[in-house]
Design a protein around this ligand. Structure first.
Ligand SMILES: Cc1cc2nc3c(=O)[nH]c(=O)nc-3n(C[C@H](O)[C@H](O)[C@H](O)COP(=O)(O)OP(=O)(O)OC[C@H]3O[C@@H](n4cnc5c(N)ncnc54)[C@H](O)[C@@H]3O)c2cc1C
Length: 458
């Protein structure tokens, strides 16, 4: 292979770290590395709730691909199908055109999409908290509700606008509820009449929050959330959502105009287009991160079911940033080894724990065997994120934002992104038309034929 074409899909924890490792391992100019992604940044999602609360600016968590890579070519758009037979990825460009991208080695790291259940009204009315746009919109929406409630004399409208329900007791839901609740506390200083009306709820069908933290810290998280004034309802989910009401499965109908849905992530539908075995939508790979039966295709991160060699209790690696970024080093090494005909390495990683920032001075951390809360946990949490962001510029922005907040307090100016009637649900935001395996093959052949007609054989 003279100059191998390596295509990486997804610029998140898995994808971006993969191209950076590839660039370090492959001498300049010896391979054509292409990164297919809808945006030219890697989203540092663990800090997204802090964008939703306005503690961090959006730029602080958007790590520029151009800054972090040297010779990688960015292909803007969504990969919507993979045809392993003709070694082509079909990309839907932002203009809506389809383009074929050929590969010798393919690495799939498209992450996940918010999991929507078949709950009446959820798709139309729920807000997501997974993308940068959603985080910015959410902050504006919450602040707009308070402004409108303050301006209304109608007690029913006030109640609807001042009740916020977060569904999902994992780290996304817990951190989002806690940080937006604090934003409301700051905003409510300007609206004394609303203070007794504002209500935050966190609901989850599971019997506990943050199960990843273990029993003791999980209970502590629950106590902390309740002491902050968040009403936590467990073993309960949502039965129906309308524009001004949320009905829970325990029969309660709560007047509410803001339902934030964080109840889980599904692997990217792209993984189904390969027609290979999946585990709950995650593409099955070997411990070497290679797709069985497809020697030139690798997958990692939230969208891949990677055998967990270090932990007997769970068969597959958990879908976390910690695992995705470490799998990237192994995948890059194995891509290079597969080109050079060397033996591939197995991925093995021992879970380092979890950090949860509950906003203000509250945090919880389980690091190795240590369980921390309060200021020590906050220091570990902030220290961990500071070291984990891959860009010095972003690190400087994050530290500056934290310092500014410490010395100047919170800011509640609305930026003007949210207005009623605009489609804001996560279902609309994540709508991508993926192809099935048959359509992928047909489109792939058609697009390649067009290419051959225009440019010759290859
Ligand atoms: C709010 C929040 C908080 C979190 N907190 C933590 C935490 O504290 N600790 C932790 O370990 N994990 C945390 N996670 C989970 C963590 O973010 C994920 O496990 C991690 O991002 C997975 O990495 P990935 O590379 O698989 O996917 P991602 O990082 O999601 O990257 C996927 C990339 O693929 C792109 N993409 C999607 N579809 C396509 C397509 N069809 N074609 C091309 N590109 C595509 C996306 O735009 C994105 O660039 C959190 C997640 C969220 C949402």
């Amino acid at each position: 292979m003279s100059r191998p074409r390596i295509v990486v899909v997804g610029a998140g924890f898995g994808g971006l770290h993969t191209v950076r490792h590839l660039e370090r391992r492959i001498p300049t100019g010896m391979a054509d590395i292409a990164l297919v992604a809808p945006h030219d940044y890697m989203l540092y999602s663990p800090l997204l709730p802090q964008v939703a609360s306005g503690l961090l600016t959006p730029q602080s968590v958007a790590m520029s691909v151009h800054r972090l890579t040297k010779e990688t070519r960015l292909v803007p758009g969504h990969a919507i199908g993979v045809d392993p037979a003709s070694r082509v990825v079909i990309v839907c460009r932002p203009t809506g055109e389809l383009a074929p991208v050929r590969y010798d080695r393919l690495v799939l790291a498209p992450g996940g999409v918010t999991r929507a259940f078949d709950i009446p009204g959820l798709a139309e009315h729920a807000y997501g908290a997974k993308t940068l746009a959603e985080a910015v919109l959410l902050r504006d929406h919450v602040l707009a509700q308070l402004e409108l409630a303050n301006d209304s004399r109608d007690p029913i409208e006030r109640e609807e606008r001042c009740r916020f329900i977060v569904v999902g007791g994992g780290y996304t839901g817990v951190e989002t509820a806690a940080s937006l609740m604090r934003l409301c506390e700051v905003a409510a200083r300007r609206y004394p009449e609303l203070r007794s009306v504002i209500r935050w709820h966190l609901v989850d069908i599971a019997p506990k929050v943050l199960p990843e933290l273990g029993d003791r810290l999980g209970r502590k998280a629950l106590d902390l959330l309740r002491s902050m004034g968040i009403e936590v309802k467990l073993k309960v989910s949502v039965r129906e959502v309308t524009a001004d009401k949320v009905v829970l499965t325990d029969g309660r109908a709560l007047p509410c105009r803001t339902l934030i849905w964080t109840a889980g992530v599904s692997p990217s539908p792209l993984m189904e287009t390969l027609d290979k075995p999946t585990q709950k939508g995650r593409l099955e790979v070997g411990a070497d991160l290679r797709v069985p039966g497809l020697d030139d295709v690798f997958a990692l991160g939230d969208a891949a079911a990677v055998p967990n060699l270090a932990h007997e209790e769970s068969a597959y690696c958990p879908p976390t940033a910690q695992y995705a970024s470490r799998q990237a080093a192994t995948v890059a090494e194995n891509v290079v080894s597969s080109i050079l005909g060397r033996r591939l390495k197995e991925f093995r990683h021992r879970d380092m724990g979890l950090v949860v920032d509950l906003s203000g001075n509250d945090a919880l951390a389980r690091i190795m065997q240590m369980e921390l809360s309060g200021l020590p946990a906050l220091a570990v949490t902030r220290g961990y994120h500071t070291l984990s962001v891959p860009s010095t510029t972003a690190r400087a922005r994050i530290l500056a934002n934290w310092a500014i907040r410490r010395f100047t307090g919170g800011d509640t100016a609305r930026l003007g992104f949210a207005h009623e009637g605009r489609p804001s649900s996560f279902v609309a935001n994540e709508a991508v038309d993926y192809l099935d395996a048959q359509r992928t093959r047909r489109e792939g052949e058609r697009l390649l034929e067009n290419l051959r007609e225009r440019y010759g054989e290859d």
